[in-house]
Ligand binder design. Sequence first.
Ligand SMILES: [Cu+2]
Length: 341
Amino acid sequence: MSNNFALGSGKPWSRRQLMKLGLAGAGVTGAAGLWQMLNLQSKSIVKVPPLEMEASDDVTNPMKMLRDFDYGTVKQENGRTIREFQLTAGTSIIKLNSAVSYNIWDLNGRIPGPTLRAKQGDRIRVLFLNNAGHSHSLHFHGVHPAEMDGVRPISNGKATIYEFDAEPYGVHLYHCHVEPVTRHIAKGLYGMFIIDPPTPRPPADEIVLVMGGYDVNDDSHNDYYAFNGLPHHYMHHPIRIYKDQLIRLYVLNIIEYDPAVTFHLHANFFDVYRYGMSMTPSEKTDVITMGVAERHILEFAFRYPGKYMFHPHQDAIAENGCMGQFEVLSESKSQNSVKNS
Ligand SMILES: [Cu+2]
């Protein structure tokens, strides 16, 4: 079968593909581009340890996903800022452990799908191409007209465009809404959708953690769980962060079949910004309950170096893969001496 729409992972769509959707042309940058640049620059004053990339297949790459934000392509059209994203559904096989492989549906060749990021007030345009051999859709959480709600199935080989305003600011998500939705989500068609507030949050080491489950024997019961796609990965490869650095976690629970899970952080407490929809925290705690599709911003800094676990306190879920740890690194001696003087 000819595969005119096939995309290499991360490669932009060709002009011909865009022409099919009537989207070729249009200039880039403008105010929204500047905001994106400032957003990226602000990271440079945040201390982030170098990434320790572990060998993995292309589909599951939890280390890369931690701080990987897709800002889309910024265009100006009729005086409006458009932020254009390209998402392609496909099929992949992932290795959940040394013995178990599992067929999933991926988005842009990864699970979870890309973490899309925009600023409140941007116009969002999502070019969705379904190459996953079955009807799928993309349903975004947020405020938009009914026709952009993404519940209409898109047949295999077909493309569509979802377009709406980015509002309100917060941590949101997108996922396939074709029935059975449990199955379509559990097999990989989901991702995080962050809308930044008009006034940026303070600089921080920003980290994405998406909790998902795998029902490999089709009994509507999860057999494995994972942060960012791969069971146990951050236990074997801890997430390195710096002592005293403000950490901003964007956490999403998209575990189907289990009604709710908690997120617990060892040896610390975090500020909770529920759904990321406020600029002031609502509470401080070390364990927070999250139903399916709930997501929050959690902020903290570690005072002491060392390794600290994080996991749902439904310990069976943690033990079956949804478990990881932070490795808190000391600051350099010179920085300590300045601090202590
Ligand atoms: Cu689907």
